[in-house]
Write a protein that binds this ligand. Structure first.
Ligand SMILES: Cc1cc2nc3c(=O)[nH]c(=O)nc-3n(C[C@H](O)[C@H](O)[C@H](O)COP(=O)(O)OP(=O)(O)OC[C@H]3O[C@@H](n4cnc5c(N)ncnc54)[C@H](O)[C@@H]3O)c2cc1C
Ligand SMILES: Cc1cc2nc3c(=O)[nH]c(=O)nc-3n(C[C@H](O)[C@H](O)[C@H](O)COP(=O)(O)O)c2cc1C
Length: 722
């Protein structure tokens, strides 16, 4: 098998896949070599990975003649995208094909067998309290044990993190120190990308430093291949209608396509009916949407404190713009079959067969800021010399990119229009924008997949086992004063859905409106979904799946709770309080009105801007306070009240330090922090360190030590995002 060249292997893969599509034979039923299989995660055995590949990646590399293995630890796709990008660059520069691996599909006890002529690259994100992503847990577990000597191992690491979190890039740093301790050789600098700054720029700078190391230390020779222009995918137009039952029109799974149930999870989200949607803010120019999903009969379960992933789609405006820029508007419904030409390197990012429009509406994130690398990669397809020059400049000159693209919040299609000299303010489709002749495989290669947006569930699984509620503030901001208004993709979808359901404030935007007009009103989405699957029996639906979190209540009601969460950080606390209220009602009905006498206090520190605008769930808290009198107590900080005073949750925590220290330290309670990671969580933690330190007779250093212990004991828990 190893005697096949890369090209031959790719050819075999294509032929087999095409046969499968034409014969309508499930590809799994065609006998192909193990390492060529790249279908779903089902069917993995103890000796094969979830992809149907051998779990022994060293063996796999030998079989396929690969010298590079790249592992990614990724939750929302960025590390995975970087892994694929670096694999492609290695192929383009050195003609070497890499094995790009999801670590959960492989075993690591063979790491010491990797020949010294090979290279292992780890692209690892960090989550939570410095924890690995779900798919890298087993890798980090392995690295935390006593490793065998790894003198042969040559490796590179790039960590993805966010410096607003206390444990910045903890996973990649831990991996690096474990490899170092085992005698492995890192052949380039330890890369770290900061999502609070410019992750993309950090990645690009790191990547630029590694080439000389690869050449000097591994003897790789640039120009080893002419594969730079070899596409990752073959995209073939099929002579069938989009309504053919095999064609994905935006469905996220086979089960959704065939209307079968299956188990609902991130691979097969449940298309959940929306029970209720309402606006929670009472004035001002911001929106916060409460949305309730019905999960009855789905078999989906959740526990109070969990997260829900909601799958967005791109707004009409962006889809139209992209279709026109690519000259695909008239072919929007053309059915395409997509096959990976190197399955170990690039997985097909969308279901297939599908249509051009479905890819742009449901599967790729065409709404996000265009990355510098993606812009650069389009230069070779430019329709004019001027356009090529613009893309070359924006793709290579950091400052120009920053001013002309990032500060304006331009998406990829807008950058292409800008480069071609088209009018960016005109409505897509109403003017003829320059049509770019870009192979669709290139779009699939460089535009990231659309990812679910996660929300802390604000309903209790005890009180509402058949419903999932969310509290979502609608993201809308300008990246700079001169920039366009940027509307967050997922939260504006929920706002649009709410407007459609309630008929209230529905933005009336005609198709021929200019971008400025659209800007003021927000994006419009096709809410009916693929084949009307998001609008059935007059009820709107959205695909959702649940994800367990570590944000859990203690079982005993006799343990004091301190809950700190301004803004939508209060979302899971509504769920916590509903949970306790449910138990309180039961206790009172069996033991009488004094049933809560020995319950420990629950203290909520909540913050918002103004009491008359964005005070979330005011009525609900009042009702809980009434029913749980003597147990539940709430303190509210207003940061923009008319009296001009700015009070934040940390100020109230300091004011009530007696309660906090008594509950957390003396009474061994639990403390929770939820919401903004960048400012709030830091400030609150600093305040806690100070007051706890003082209570122990020391200062913030003692407080910090105590907080670390409490975190390890899972009595201080954070659910924060930025
Ligand atoms: C565990 C967890 C729990 C969460 N819980 C909640 C919750 O309970 N409630 C809640 O409201 N949120 C919550 N979030 C945040 C939520 O997941 C989303 O991040 C948030 O709703 C914004 O998503 P979006 O799709 O609207 O914005 P996105 O489209 O993802 O955009 C995010 C930001 O990126 C920038 N951006 C996007 N496109 C561009 C562009 N073209 N140019 C420049 N900049 C751009 C903008 O600044 C924008 O605000 C949680 C997050 C996590 C991780
Ligand atoms: C809920 C949440 C928790 C995070 N926790 C940390 C952390 O503890 N340390 C850190 O350095 N980065 C943290 N990050 C930042 C991520 O590592 C970073 O955004 C990364 O780019 C995500 O990569 P991915 O898209 O491949 O999952 C966190 C991000 C989120 C959304």
């Amino acid at each position: 098998m190893s005697s096949f060249s890369d090209l031959e292997l790719s050819f075999i893969a294509i032929v087999l896949s095409i046969i499968a599509v034409y014969l309508h034979v499930p590809i799994k039923e065609i006998k192909i070599p193990a390492w060529l299989r790249q279908l779903g995660k089902n069917g993995g055995s103890s000796t094969t990975s979830g992809l149907g590949l051998s779990k022994d990646f060293v063996e796999l590399m030998k079989e396929s003649g690969k010298k590079v293995v790249i592992f990614y630890g990724s939750q929302t796709g960025t590390a995975e995208e970087y892994a694929t990008r670096i694999a492609k660059e290695i192929k383009a520069r050195y003609g070497l094909s890499s094995l790009v691996c999801n670590p959960e599909d492989y075993e690591f006890n063979v790491l010491d067998q990797l020949p010294s002529t090979s290279l292992a690259i780890f692209i690892l994100a960090t989550y939570g309290e410095g924890e690995p992503t779900d798919n890298a847990t087993s890798l980090l577990d392995f690295l935390s044990t006593s490793l065998p000597p790894l003198a042969n191992l040559k490796y590179l690491i790039f960590g993805l993190g966010n410096s607003t979190y206390q444990h910045f890039c903890a996973t990649s740093r831990l991996a690096d120190s474990s490899f170092q301790a085992a005698g492995a050789t890192r052949i380039g600098p330890l890369g770290e990308g900061d999502d609070d700054g410019s992750l993309e720029e950090d990645y690009l700078s790191w990547k630029d430093t590694i080439w000389s190391s690869l050449e000097n230390q591994l003897g790789w020779v640039e120009g080893g291949s002419s594969t730079a222009s070899i596409p990752d995918f073959q995209v073939k137009e099929l002579p069938i209608s989009k309504v053919h039952p095999s064609v994905y029109q935006g469905e996220l799974s086979k089960q959704a396509l065939t209307n079968k149930r299956g188990i609902y999870d991130s691979k097969n989200p449940f298309i959940a009916p929306v029970l209720e949607a309402k606006e929670l803010f009472q004035g001002g120019d911001r929106n916060c949407v409460s949305m309730k999903f019905d999960i009855r009969g789905s078999g989906m379960k959740y526990t109070t404190g969990d997260h829900v992933g909601i799958w967005p789609l791109n707004p009409d405006n962006e889809v139209e713009r992209f279709l026109h820029v690519l000259g695909l508007a008239s072919k929007r419904d053309t059915v395409i079959d997509i096959v990976s030409l190197d399955p170990a390197l690039a997985k097909v990012p969308t279901p297939s067969p599908t249509t051009f429009e479905s890819v742009l509406r449901y599967y790729l994130d065409i709404s996000q800021l265009a990355s510098r690398q993606a812009i650069h990669s389009f230069a070779r397809f430019a329709p004019s010399e001027r356009a090529r020059e613009v893309l070359e400049r924006l793709g290579t000159d950091r400052d120009a990119y920053h001013v002309e693209v990032a500060e304006k919040g331009l998406r990829l299609a807008e950058v292409l229009m800008l480069a071609a000299g088209d009018d960016l303010t005109a409505a897509p489709g109403m003017v003829t924008s320059t049509s770019w002749d870009v192979p669709f495989s290139h779009i699939l290669s460089c535009v990231p997949r659309l990812q679910p947006r996660f929300y802390s569930i604000s309903s209790s699984s005890r009180m509402y086992p058949d419903e999932i509620h969310v509290t979502v503030v609608v993201a809308k901001s300008r990246p700079s004063e001169a920039g366009n208004m940027i509307f967050g993709l997922g939260s504006n979808l929920l706002l649009n859905l709410k407007q459609a359901i309630t008929g209230d404030g529905l933005a009336k935007v005609e198709n021929n409106s200019t971008n400025e007009e659209k800007d003021s009103k927000g994006p419009i989405y096709t809410l009916t979904g693929p084949q009307n699957k998001y609008h059935k029996n007059q009820i709107y639906h959205l695909p959702i799946h649940t994800r367990p979190s570590k944000f859990r209540l203690p079982k005993s009601v006799k343990i004091p709770l301190i809950l700190i969460g301004p803004g939508t950080g209060v979302s899971p606390y509504l769920a916590f309080l509903q949970d306790r209220l449910h138990l309180a009602r039961r206790a009172k009905s069996t033991k009488g009105p004094n049933a809560l006498r020995d319950w420990a206090p629950i203290t909520l520190f909540y913050g918002c801007r103004r009491s008359d605008q964005d005070f979330l769930y005011r009525d609900e808290w009042r009702e809980i306070e009434r029913e749980m009198e003597g147990v539940f107590r709430m303190y509210v900080a207003f940061s923009r009240e008319e009296d001009g005073k700015k009070v934040y949750v940390q100020d109230l925590v300091r004011e009530q330090q007696g309660v906090v220290v008594e509950s957390l330290v003396a009474k061994k309670g639990y403390l929770y922090i939820c919401g903004d990671a960048k400012h709030m969580a830091r400030e609150v933690e600093a305040t806690l360190e100070d007051i706890i330190g003082k209570s122990l007779g020391g200062g913030p250093a003692e407080g910090g030590r105590e907080m670390r212990v409490l975190k390890e004991r899972k009595r201080v828990l954070l659910d924060v995002w930025s």
